[in-house]
Design a protein around this ligand. Structure first.
Ligand code: DQA
Length: 157
């Protein structure tokens, strides 16, 4: 809750190809659909007094716009940027210019896959990352964001 009693908003952001979850490589990403994951994250957010808003796009520009739109409005961003994680410096810069809590999220463990997935250009500008727990990562990411928001509140004047 904010001081004026509103539920704080969290933006859950998904990048390219994640609209295909459920059909796409279930051995790597699990069988949950994007709708299932958003529902699980929404429920986890509600449990800790947060409200969740969701954007998925296959276009880098839309994701940059969504992060800009979170500035001054959302308390946290949880981002699974898909393959853009590994090379989209525009997302790095957009997140750098966003001063809320930032959690990077992946269904798989990119570090245990092809070498090109080991680099995250988002890593230097997020608070932390959750990867490799498939659908279980979504409530974990919400809990991590809530925890960090709580810590920030304790230290704010
Ligand atoms: C992913 C990992 C990325 O390397 C990949 O390109 C994806 C999904 C994950 O959630 O595990 O699209 O972000």
């Amino acid at each position: 809750m904010t001081k004026d009693g509103k539920r704080r908003l969290v933006l859950l952001l998904h990048g390219p190809n994640l609209n295909l979850l459920g059909e796409r490589d279930p051995a790597t990403y699990g069988t949950a659909t994007l709708d299932d994951l958003v529902a699980a994250a929404t429920a986890a957010a509600a449990e800790v007094g947060l409200e969740l808003e969701h954007v998925q796009s296959n276009a880098e520009a839309d994701l940059v716009e969504a992060i800009h739109g979170a500035r001054g409005r959302c308390a946290a961003v949880i981002v699974n940027a898909g393959a853009l994680t590994h090379y989209a410096w525009s997302l790095h810069d957009a997140l750098d210019a966003y001063d809320g809590v930032k959690v990077e999220l992946h269904l798989s463990n990119p570090a245990a896959r092809e070498p090109w997935r080991s680099v995250s250009v988002l890593a230097p500008v997020v608070d932390g990352a959750i990867a490799g727990f498939k659908a279980h990562g979504y409530p974990l990411a919400v809990a991590a964001a809530a925890r960090l928001l709580g810590e920030r509140e304790e230290t704010s004047p």
